[in-house]
Design a protein around this ligand. Structure first.
Ligand code: ADE
Length: 220
């Protein structure tokens, strides 16, 4: 079984997405377990403070190192082989090949921050930093959920047909998927391309490849 852990101040964020569709089925089938660890449980003092203002001034609050590092230590105790990933807009870009790499681990731990970010010293306690893209989310949770979803669907036996994951957009570096059509044959005057109705498998394959390359060039 693949073990995912999420370090967060908002474990309830993950309830709905994990109880739908493919992640839900993967959890029910015992292929993956997702455990949230509440960072606030590791905060000390009467107020259980997890954030504080930045030295040197400036707006916003930062995640304090003590509770976050204590939560990371708990995650490593529970899953000694776990690969700890911090979600941050200043991390390395997440993509399909990173998702595939994560499926080869026995466990990943996703560290989500709120507020304006983390105290820089926390970076020394994680294995890597990952960004979902060049935009700032209000917290790491939506980014962690995307990483979880992308990883879970690639785990063995999660998808119905084993080809589905292999044929994904991006499985081949930088190449997008081809256009897909289903019934009806004509929708509001827009017809399905003839070649797809022809039954010529070799021609269909050539057409799909051409379309995928065209699309990849247009979008890059
Ligand atoms: N936290 C806030 N914004 C983020 C992003 N773009 N990627 C990952 N984590 C984030």
């Amino acid at each position: 079984m693949f073990h995912a852990q999420v370090l967060t101040l908002f474990p309830e964020f993950f309830d709905s997405p994990l109880s739908c569709s493919i992640p839900r089925r993967a959890i029910e089938a015992g292929i993956v377990a997702v455990d949230c660890i509440q960072i606030r449980d590791f905060a000390t003092g009467r107020h259980r403070k997890v954030d504080d203002s930045p030295y040197g001034g400036g707006p916003g609050m930062l995640m304090k190192p003590e509770p976050v590092v204590a939560a990371i230590r708990e995650a490593r105790l529970r899953q000694p082989q776990t690969h700890v990933v911090m979600l941050t807009p200043s991390g390395a870009p997440f993509n399909q090949s990173r998702a595939l790499e994560f499926t080869e681990k026995s466990s990943i731990t996703l560290l989500c921050g709120r507020y304006e970010g983390f105290d820089e010293r926390i970076c020394d306690y994680v294995d890597e930093q990952i960004s979902l893209g060049d935009y700032v989310l209000s917290g790491g949770e939506p980014a962690a959920m995307c990483v979880l979803d992308a990883v879970i669907r690639l785990l063995p036996d999660v998808l119905g047909s084993p080809e589905s994951a292999v044929l994904d957009s991006f499985t081949e570096e930088g190449i997008l998927d081809w256009p897909h059509y289903t019934r009806p044959e004509v929708f509001e005057g827009k017809a399905v391309p003839d070649v797809l109705l022809s039954g010529h498998h070799a021609e269909i394959e050539v057409w799909r490849r051409e379309q995928a390359l065209l699309r990849s060039r247009r979008r890059s």
